[in-house]
Design a protein around this ligand. Structure first.
Ligand code: ZN
Length: 449
């Protein structure tokens, strides 16, 4: 399963062309953008089929009506066409122009009515008159159209013909998983939602970063087992958790990926635990990255960390975003398009995730084998090994920190934090010291699953 000459993830990250990955993620988003996704149905399946081209996704179909904790898997929604014709017979709103034009989960309609009667079913954004809002009504049967406020204001009084050719039928909810086995059964969960229609940053960015991360991890030797889950938001993780409750004990770290491609700076939202290893790894990577970023505490509002961090699970799952949900004008409207999605931001988000995973994978507790006074490094050839390395100062310091705090109690990530040195340098120092017998992995650490 793991290629023979697999490298550790930190080695792969060092030589990785992130700019090229940024372009690939944008190309994937461009391909997925026109698909009319929803929380169930053909658009969600088509999206998962395309993601599965990289490596086969294990698909699960959960029938409508299945009870999942306090919820029920909804009926499947199928949409074929939707339009409104004005008094002169011309189409004034047409789903074939943008799949944001029809409210998600709209029930079928075939009717004629005056504008005044149609008006309550028309949604626009008066503050952003040229944008089409994104609306859905998953759990209450309703129908509606979304259009720009400019278009709405231009509609004349008169008789309108309204048609929504949709179906709500018993079917199933689909989710897809990639499982990448590692040396340990303990899992890292990566979740991205896949249910938003033509919105680029809000869902396609997460799918792209998750796919690239999975591709990168496939080339690596892995300590942890990685589980990638692609599912509709809210009902998706609820359904997954309901069906996999027994497995959740294996989840040691987790990340929800969303909104990773706008030009804003990164935002990491801590898990409910607040001090989980993923929280510390992300804070470390962001602090060392340079440039503005935000690390904020958990709140029960946002993306699907809400389910993973519900008190009955309280899993160590954080959420990485750039500009947070609801804080930018393009959120949930047609402004969240392919131009809003920046390849450089996608690449930067991928790098942050890969570096955080490098911390989790590379962390460990070690024991200094020569703890009484400092060992002489020169006679062990360590300094020879460092010659020609750009950062001799930091690496030398890192050696001293690792030797001093590797007493079987402090892990490498903790030492990196304490020393204010990048985890990668601490890890390299540990490799050098282990290579010459001055450091041994602690037995307690080795006994971990
Ligand atoms: Zn959203």
């Amino acid at each position: 399963m793991i290629p023979e000459k697999a490298m550790r993830i930190d080695g792969v990250v060092d030589g990785f062309d992130f700019a090229e990955a940024g372009a690939r993620m944008h190309a994937l988003a461009t391909r997925l953008f026109p698909i009319c996704r929803s929380i169930t149905g053909p658009g969600l399946r088509e999206t998962l089929r395309i993601l599965g081209e990289a490596a086969p996704l294990e698909l699960t179909e959960v029938p409508s009506g299945t009870a999942v904790f306090d919820w029920v898997v909804p009926k499947e929604w199928i949409i074929r066409e939707a339009w409104i014709k004005g008094p002169d017979g011309s189409k004034v709103v047409d789903f074939s122009e943008s799949n944001l034009h029809v409210m998600g989960y709209s029930t079928p309609v075939k009717a004629r009515m005056p504008l005044s009667e149609l008006r309550p079913n028309l949604h626009s954004l008066p503050d952003q008159p040229d944008r089409i809002p994104y609306r859905s009504s998953y759990y209450k049967e309703n129908w509606g159209f979304c259009l720009s406020d400019a278009r709405l204001r231009s509609l004349p009084e008169g008789e309108y013909e309204v048609r929504i050719d949709s179906e709500l039928k018993d079917g199933s909810l689909t989710y897809g998983e990639w499982l990448l086995p590692g040396a340990r059964e303990e899992e890292v969960l990566i979740f991205a939602h896949a249910c938003h229609p033509s919105l680029a940053n809000d869902n396609l960015s997460g799918l792209g970063v998750a796919s690239e991360l999975a591709a990168m991890l496939r080339r690596c030797e892995r300590i942890y087992t990685y589980r990638f889950v692609f599912a509709p938001t809210v009902i998706g993780p609820i359904t997954w958790l309901a069906r996999n409750e027994a497995k959740t004990g294996r989840i040691r770290h987790g990340l929800v990926l969303a909104l990773l491609g706008d030009a804003g700076h990164p935002t990491y939202k801590r898990s409910r635990r607040g001090n989980a290893p993923i929280d510390r790894a992300m804070a470390h990577v962001l602090a060392r990255r340079g440039g503005p970023h935000v690390v904020k505490d958990f709140s029960p509002y946002g993306y699907d960390e809400r389910q993973f961090c519900s008190p009955g699970f309280d899993l160590p799952v954080g959420c990485l975003m750039r500009s947070a949900n609801g804080t930018f004008p393009e959120y949930h409207n047609s402004g969240d398009n392919l131009e809003f999605l920046k390849p450089a931001s996608l690449a930067d988000s991928l790098r942050i995730c890969a570096q955080a995973l490098s911390v989790l994978e590379g962390d460990g507790i070690y024991v200094n084998q020569n703890p009484k006074c400092e060992p002489r490094l020169g006679k062990r050839g360590i300094y020879d090994g460092l010659k020609g390395k750009p950062n001799l100062g930091d690496t030398e310091l890192a050696l001293l920190w690792v030797l001093n705090y590797s007493d079987g109690k402090h892990g490498l990530s903790e030492i990196a934090e304490r020393a204010g040195i990048a985890f990668g340098d601490i890890r390299k120092a540990a490799d050098l010291l282990e290579g010459c017998g001055l450091l041994k992995r602690s037995e307690i650490d080795n006994r971990r699953e």
